[in-house]
Design a binder for this molecule. Structure first.
Ligand code: NAI
Length: 335
């Protein structure tokens, strides 16, 4: 009998890429549309793994429910693992694997798309010309060349973004807990303190993980220290930004533009078609009302190449586990 995998939060595009990759593995994948919850965990009965994405929460209750169904592995089909209670998983003896890198280009290029759209107001120009309005007032942007980008976190995604921005002729300053001096020298950028980064950057882009230390790092105190009119880009995690502080900053014109691929309460909305419903999240509704804000629905990763890599790595992570091999992409917490 083939090894069963219970796949939660399935979208048609997941099925397409996983079915294609699974031709080489032959797992028995059971696709479920709903999220993994303590109640739905029963669907994973007898499975060698559950496969979940960013907006499924594997908290203590879910992990206990998985334990009760004797599911030994949580396979994340994403890089971030802030949605998993690693301590609870360790306590229950459940392994967690993830896809550390699938296409850093996808996310870096999406960050650039947000920057260029906001700067040159493509989102507004698109509607204007469709409506026969060929006027330019309100659409003025700035040359990226010569401006300063401040990058927080200089891992895989940020490094690609930095090379692209250097290609535009931008100055780049960055902050990371673990600076990569060799890379800085190679691309011609400077590591600075957060204080200096806030003070000198025309565009600030967030690429660090969500941790206790980085949660709400962009709050009203941080925004006050930034250049007036700064553009903020977040393709990291929603809770890196205190959304109300951002809204205040936008209303006071301290923040000139914001490009958000992630939002702290995205779980109820992102990836779902809510177009025939009323948005009952006032914070999200306010964000969507600014003409200098673009919200995308956590789509930074969403390229053909990235989806193929995600499927291939996830299934090979599961195969390693099933065969008792060392896990290349395990994430482990303290008990
Ligand atoms: P990475 O692990 O290669 O890089 C993260 C960097 O952040 C590292 O250099 C690390 O030293 C640094 N860092 C850690 N704590 C920090 C702190 N307190 N302050 C400053 N820097 C700190 O990660 P990668 O692959 O570049 O991804 C970055 C983030 O992007 C992920 O954590 C994830 O949240 C997000 N992401 C978003 C996607 C999307 O679709 N929008 C898709 C993939 C990842």
């Amino acid at each position: 009998m083939n090894t069963k995998i219970a796949f939660f939060g399935t979208k048609p595009y997941d099925r397409e890429s996983f079915d294609r990759a699974n031709e080489a593995f032959g797992f028995d994948i059971h696709y479920y549309k709903g999220h993994l919850t303590p109640e739905s965990a029963i669907l994973a009965q007898g499975a060698a793994a559950v496969c979940i994405f960013v907006n499924d929460t594997a908290d203590e209750a879910v992990i206990r429910a998985l334990k009760a169904q004797q599911v030994p592995l949580i396979a994340l089909r994403c890089a971030g693992f802030n949605n998993v209670d690693l301590k609870a998983a360790a306590r229950e003896g459940i392994e967690v694997v993830r896809v550390p890198a699938y296409s850093p280009y996808a996310v870096a290029e999406h960050a650039v798309a947000l920057m260029l759209s906001l700067n040159r107001k493509i989102h507004r120009a698109y509607w204007r010309t469709r409506d026969g309005n060929f006027a330019l007032h309100g659409l003025m942007g700035f040359d990226m060349h010569g401006k300063t980008a401040g990058i927080i976190g200089t891992g895989k995604i940020a490094k690609i973004l930095i090379r692209i921005l250097r290609g535009f002729g931008m100055e780049v300053v960055a902050y990371d807990l673990y600076p990569d001096r060799k890379f800085a020298e190679e691309v011609g950028m400077r590591y600075v303190t957060l204080e200096e980064l806030y003070a000198v950057s025309d565009i600030i882009s967030l690429h660090c993980p969500l941790t206790d230390e980085t949660r709400y790092m962009i709050d009203s105190a941080a925004i006050e220290r930034m250049k007036p009119g700064v553009m903020l880009i977040n393709t990291g995690r929603g809770q890196l930004i205190h959304t109300q502080a951002l809204i205040d900053g936008l209303k006071e014109k301290r923040v000139g533009a914001a490009g958000l691929d992630v939002y702290e309460e995205e779980g109820d909305y992102f990836y779902e078609d809510k177009s025939d419903k009323i948005i009952d999240d006032d914070t999200l509704a306010r964000l969507l009302s600014f003409n200098n804000v673009i919200v995308t629905s956590h789509q930074g990763f969403f390229t053909r190449e990235a989806l193929a890599n995600i499927a291939e790595t996830t299934l090979s992570n599961i195969q390693e586990f099933v065969k008792g091999m060392p896990l290349s992409n395990a994430v482990r917490g303290d008990k």
